[in-house]
Design a binder for this molecule. Structure first.
Ligand SMILES: *Cc1c(COP(=O)(O)O)cnc(C)c1O
Length: 332
């Protein structure tokens, strides 16, 4: 088998989806499967759908097209707010998008009318992370505008925390999202179907909160793939943290160079985000160049052709999935 190689255990991912779906579902929270780190991988998308995940979320139109072309029967959510230059593609390929900009919403409306379709919209609120979002004091104006735009259907509101600003999803912040949802519904006499409270960083809030309030949806990627919450990077009980294993190959064996514990692997910065990989065996990473990874093998004697295995963080996983130089092998 060729290297570098990423082995993907579908049964471990399936297990994680089922456990998380049951856990969050026990308090009325449905999951959107975030596929952006999988680069449109068909088997994983199909696995989500087979396990009752009805909405797949991706940040790239090209990934959505790949899943659609493979006839994966889901609703597709564009999870990065649409580009002005891509409103037609957004309406054509995504059923739903997250939005923060009136100008984009106006153009989505035009595109929807042209395609004679209805595009669903979730408005994102900025509640402290300082990435995307409408400020709470401005949300009413935006809701009002969206309700007047033909071709658009406002199906919910949401927020995203702990991505840029490292603002944790707290009880207080989740309660304010619930309150904003109820207030909007009352003021505009509408029903918001989705109140989407966040991502894999919401696990601790969920586990400790007395009431999830109006929050009925989370958009989950990392916890499914790597079995962890993302605030403290702790494993979530009963989940697999090793559904993905990376293999690289020794191209210069231990003891060849002047330093007797040193060996070289055939993988480098051009292949993957090296800073996010951790050897499973007791060896140290010394450094990498574009095509080489130098390791200290300590007690171990590694020969040319031997394989060394690694765990990956989310960045490394995402870069491995998008890398043309890393073979992906799915195991049942
Ligand atoms: C990436 C992303 C998610 C998923 O985050 P995970 O930490 O992988 O669960 C959810 N929402 C938005 C807006 C995202 O960009």
């Amino acid at each position: 088998m060729s290297t570098p190689r990423l082995e993907i255990s579908l049964s471990k991912i399936r297990h994680n989806v089922q456990i998380l779906k049951g856990l969050y579902g026990s308090k009325g929270i449905e999951l959107i499967g975030v596929t952006k780190a999988m680069c449109g991988n068909i088997e994983i998308a199909q696995l989500f759908v087979d396990n009752g995940i009805g909405i797949l979320a991706d940040s790239r139109i090209s990934n959505i097209i790949q899943m659609r072309d493979a006839k994966i029967k889901a609703q597709y959510l564009l999870i990065r707010t649409p580009f002005l230059s891509q409103v037609y593609e957004t309406v054509k390929y995504a059923d739903i998008s997250l939005n923060t900009e009136i100008k984009i919403l106006e153009e989505l409306s035009k595109a929807a009318l042209e395609f004679a379709t209805i595009h669903k919209v979730i408005l994102m609120l900025e509640l402290g992370d300082q990435r995307e979002g409408i400020l709470p004091k401005e949300i009413d104006n935006v809701v009002k505008e969206v309700l007047n735009l033909r071709g658009l259907n406002l199906i919910g509101i949401g927020t995203n925390l702990f991505c840029f600003g490292k603002k944790k999803p707290t009880e207080n912040i989740m309660n304010s999202l619930s309150k904003i949802a109820s207030r909007i519904e009352k003021k505009f006499k509408i029903k918001l179907k989705l109140i989407s409270g966040g991502n894999s960083a919401n696990y601790n809030w969920f586990s400790t909160t007395k009431s999830t309030g109006r929050i009925n949806n989370l958009r989950i990627g990392e916890s499914i793939y790597l079995g962890r919450e993302t605030v403290y990077n702790m494993p979530i009980p009963r989940l697999f943290t090793d559904a993905f294993i990376l293999y690289a190959e020794i191209i210069e064996s231990t003891g060849k160079s002047s330093n007797k514990n040193r060996a070289i692997l055939g993988i480098g910065h051009n292949d993957i985000s090296i800073s996010g990989i951790t050897p499973i065996a007791n060896i140290d990473l010394i450094g990498a160049s574009s095509d080489h990874l130098i390791i200290n093998t300590k007690q171990m004697k590694l020969l040319v052709g031997n394989e060394v295995s690694f765990h990956l963080n989310y960045n490394a996983l995402s870069s491995a999935m998008t890398s043309p130089f890393i073979t992906k092998t799915t195991l049942a």
